[in-house]
Design a protein around this ligand. Structure first.
Ligand code: AVI
Length: 328
């Protein structure tokens, strides 16, 4: 009932959720069924992801923070005085604060995020803590082309893309994103990017299937979101969370498996599911230092430096955009 009451807020589709509806119907009628991971992050999903980052099994956030704390001064060598730092998918801006503290000569910080509330709140706090810094939030889906504030046009640009979010892109999408980001940041720009590394499958499997079941709730919340926003009637108890490392494709795969044969209604459409059939909800690609370097080089960037944590679990790369001629 609660889901139906909330669904009335959004259904029939508004402009804001029509692409969600289109992508969900296309994904649920495809073979195999799939849903796009960018839709995990409604308010409940963003909170669940925050909870994931604090799980004992989920090492990427801890390892990346350790690298940032240990090497902030070295990373800050890539930030010329008077430059503008652009963070793709800034969220809570927690990681950039470590870099800003180490690079007081940065003139502007441009967090790019789809969540307006988060941007405004974080921008206010950053202005308070860094009175000399121009904080210029950009409300945008960073996976799509967007325009940078004109105020920073004359400044040198540095990109920041932590969290190994690049791992959630298919390799060809990751390459297209890197190339687009390079063209937007400009020739000679630096890019500081966090990338999770290939490792023992048992560590990876535990990180995406934690004992407390938080990642399972994060995955299932996608169905709850469809119920809330697209007049769906998924019975969450009839689906189970499956996450495993696919060593041939160097990626964690997350799926939601139907426990029984069932019909689901979404926005007036009926979706048939067989017992055991899965909806593929996310890939999280893992790279080696070499394979990420090759991806970067193939996308117009030169790898110039890389830092890892003591256990070699996670990496932060510094790249410089060298593409000679724009093909756009
Ligand atoms: C946001 N992204 C980098 C996370 C990851 O590790 O791929 C999303 C996530 N999915 C399950 N746990 C965390």
């Amino acid at each position: 009932m609660a889901a139906q009451t909330q669904a009335a807020l959004h259904y029939p589709p508004t402009e804001a959720n029509s692409s969600f509806l289109r992508d969900v119907l296309a994904g649920l009628t495809a073979r195999p069924k799939r849903l796009l991971p960018k839709y995990f992050y409604d308010e409940a999903g963003a909170q669940l992801f925050e909870d994931i980052t604090r799980l004992p099994e989920y090492y990427p956030t801890r390892c990346e923070l350790a690298i940032l704390h240990q090497h902030a001064a070295d990373i800050a060598r890539f930030f010329p005085a008077g430059s503008a730092l652009i963070e793709f998918g800034s969220g809570s801006s927690k990681k950039v604060r470590i870099l800003l503290a180490a690079a007081p000569a940065i003139a502007a910080y441009m967090p790019v995020d789809i969540s307006f509330e988060m941007l405004v709140q974080e921008a206010d706090e950053l202005r308070r803590d860094h009175p000399g810094l121009a904080v210029l939030p950009v409300e945008a889906d960073f996976t799509q082309p967007f325009v940078l504030p004109a105020a920073a046009a004359a400044m040198a640009h540095i990109g920041f893309f932590p969290g190994s979010t690049i791992g959630n892109f298919e390799p060809h999408e990751a390459s297209a994103f890197l190339r687009h980001a390079g063209r937007m940041l400009g020739r000679g720009a630096s890019f500081i990017i966090g990338v999770d590394l290939v490792k023992d499958a048992s560590i990876l499997n535990a990180a995406y299937d934690d004992a407390a079941g938080v990642t399972a709730r994060f995955n299932l919340n996608l169905l709850a979101r469809i119920n809330r926003e697209l007049d769906g009637d998924f019975d969450l108890a009839s689906f189970s969370h499956h996450a495993f490392y696919n060593s041939e494709r160097h990626r964690i795969e997350m799926h939601l498996a139907s426990k029984r044969r069932q019909q689901v209604r979404v926005a007036g459409r009926t979706i048939e599911m067989r017992a055991g059939e899965t909806i593929h909800t996310e890939n999280s690609y893992k790279y080696t230092l070499e394979s990420f370097g090759a991806l970067a080089r193939g996308s117009g960037w030169s790898p110039v430096c890389v830092w890892t944590d003591a256990g070699g679990n996670f990496s932060i790369h510094a790249l410089v955009f060298e593409e000679k001629e724009s093909r756009e």
